[in-house]
Design a protein around this ligand. Structure first.
Ligand code: NI
Length: 153
């Protein structure tokens, strides 16, 4: 368990495409614990491995309200389905300090992934969960939420 340094814009590592995980073993589980510690320490609700400099397709999240912890782990997540209806949410990012913006994303999505123990899982997400998953999955492709803003200009 360790709190790691979160890398921030314009660090080029954030633009790297993360690689699939071949096997969820001890090393990956240690990484997920560190990611979660780092995320909680920074008061975030989601973190991708690349944000602590590790280019692996791993995400941790916890969107529970204060008090109870509900950690979620996503390894090699793939979006299977996106709702055509969009939802607007104010987003921020631990790698883009002190910037917030309203971003449109599909309001619902279905995700296939491996969990903490490497078991295949399927999740139907909506609301904040859907927004957060899509935001974190963008990190795996080297995309930041601010990119959607520059496209409008
Ligand atoms: Ni982010």
């Amino acid at each position: 368990m360790a709190v790691k340094t979160i890398i921030t814009e314009p660090n080029k590592l954030l633009r790297q495409i993360s690689k699939p995980v071949e096997n969820v073993g001890k090393e990956e589980q240690e990484l997920m614990k560190d990611m979660l510690d780092t995320m909680y320490y920074a008061n975030g609700i989601g973190l991708a491995a690349i944000q602590i400099g590790v280019p692996k397709r791993i995400i941790v999240m916890d969107i529970a309200k204060e008090g109870k912890k509900e950690p979620r782990y996503f390894v090699n997540p793939v979006i299977m389905n996106r709702d055509p209806i969009k939802n607007t949410h104010e987003e921020g990012c631990l790698s883009v300090p002190e910037q917030f913006a309203e971003i449109d994303r599909p309001s619902k999505c279905e995700v296939e992934y491996l969990d903490y123990s490497g078991k295949k899982q399927f999740l139907k997400a909506d609301g904040l969960l859907a927004t957060c998953i899509q935001h974190e999955m963008d990190h795996l492709e080297g995309i930041l939420f601010i990119d959607y803003l520059s496209k409008l200009k």
